[in-house]
Design a protein around this ligand. Structure first.
Ligand code: PSU
Ligand code: MN
Length: 315
């Protein structure tokens, strides 16, 4: 449902508009992962491969970004290229959205930013890599990602591979619990830790089957319980990284961030870039495998949600 005035700001690509009009399942994709999360040209190649996987699964991908004063829902090849190549793209979370849109700048949306745009565009499923969360040491820095607030209030199902261990995963799950965000796990009982399969923390509920996930989500929203649902699915076994190696690199990256006084919205990109550099680029292959796997899980969920009609969850 598009808020009355918000539709002036939305621009759908032809293929997304056609799919939407036909009631076909849609899957939103974020663009911060393209502009800030991966190097060129792997970022563009991955974005295209992820879109192709979603189409193969009979859903329509809608990559979201801010271009020329419009929220673009679905991007052309040239637009993907623009986002992936130009080093100077705004990182757009809830706070940044009005400024970048009004200013006509080029913006790549985070999990929070993409959820807002997906909801405005009427898209119920969003596939990402890893979500932001409560940072380690947040007791002092107050650094808690706006992604968590967005999950609390915006009704979009977010498929991810958990959260990276640059975060305090235990506190992240506590925060989600406080704000009433259900955390479902798929393929295992525990919440995933992005590069590794097991965070050591249990999810609220394990639902492997997309139809069951869809029924859960419909039930929540039927009840008027607004807000997101987080679905965690682990990195495929063959692509997972050794956890002792990731732990050591994470500590190093956190030490470097503290030493350089990195703060605010720069913290997460700094840590991600440090880890990438410290693994000598090996984490990139893991990252790509994660997003592709999440895309398959998300496409299945989008199909199941179009079947699980509103108000019929218990039928
Ligand atoms: N964590 C990841 N990969 C990512 C991000 C986080 O493992 O790409 C990006 C996402 O776009 C996420 C954002 O929404 O960083 C969170 O930034 P912050 O912590 O500043 O809220
Ligand atoms: Mn932050």
């Amino acid at each position: 449902m598009v808020a009355d005035l918000a539709h002036h700001w939305l621009a759908f690509s032809p293929s997304v508009a056609t799919a939407k009009a036909a009631g076909r399942p849609l899957v939103a994709l974020e663009s911060s992962i393209i502009a800030h999360g991966m190097p060129y040209p792997e970022n563009i190649r991955t974005a295209r491969e992820v879109e192709a996987l979603i189409r193969e699964a009979r859903a329509e991908p809608a990559t979201i970004a801010l271009i020329g004063g419009r929220i673009r829902i679905g991007l052309s090849d040239d637009e993907l290229e623009l986002l992936g190549r130009s080093g100077n793209v705004h990182k757009v979370s809830r706070r940044d959205l009005p400024a970048v849109l009004a200013g006509g700048g080029l913006g790549a949306t985070t999990v929070a930013g993409t959820m807002i745009c997906a909801a405005l565009a009427g898209i119920e499923v969003f596939v990402t890599g890893g979500i932001g969360g409560v940072h380690r040491g947040a007791q002092e820095t107050f650094d808690i990602s706006a992604d968590l607030q967005e999950l609390a209030k915006t009704s979009v199902a977010v498929v991810c591979a958990g959260a990276k261990s640059i975060l305090d995963i235990g506190l992240t799950l506590e925060y989600l619990e406080t704000h009433g965000v259900p955390v479902l796990s798929c393929e295992q009982d525990n919440f995933a830790a992005f590069y590794t399969r097991d965070s050591g923390f249990r999810a609220d509920l394990r639902l492997d089957d997309a139809a069951d996930q869809a029924r859960f989500i419909r039930t929540k929203w039927d009840l008027g319980l607004e807000g997101g649902v987080l679905i965690s699915t682990p990195v495929p076994e063959a692509a997972a990284m050794p956890s002792d190696e990731i732990d050591a690199l994470t500590s190093q990256a956190l030490t470097d961030a503290a030493a350089q006084g990195v703060a605010g919205k720069a913290v997460t990109p700094f840590l991600l870039a440090r880890i990438k550099a410290l693994t000598g680029g090996r984490s990139l292959a893991t990252n790509i495998a994660i997003v592709k796997h999440n895309a398959e899980v998300g496409a299945r969920l989008a199909l199941a949600l179009t079947r699980a009609e509103r108000g019929t969850a218990a039928a």
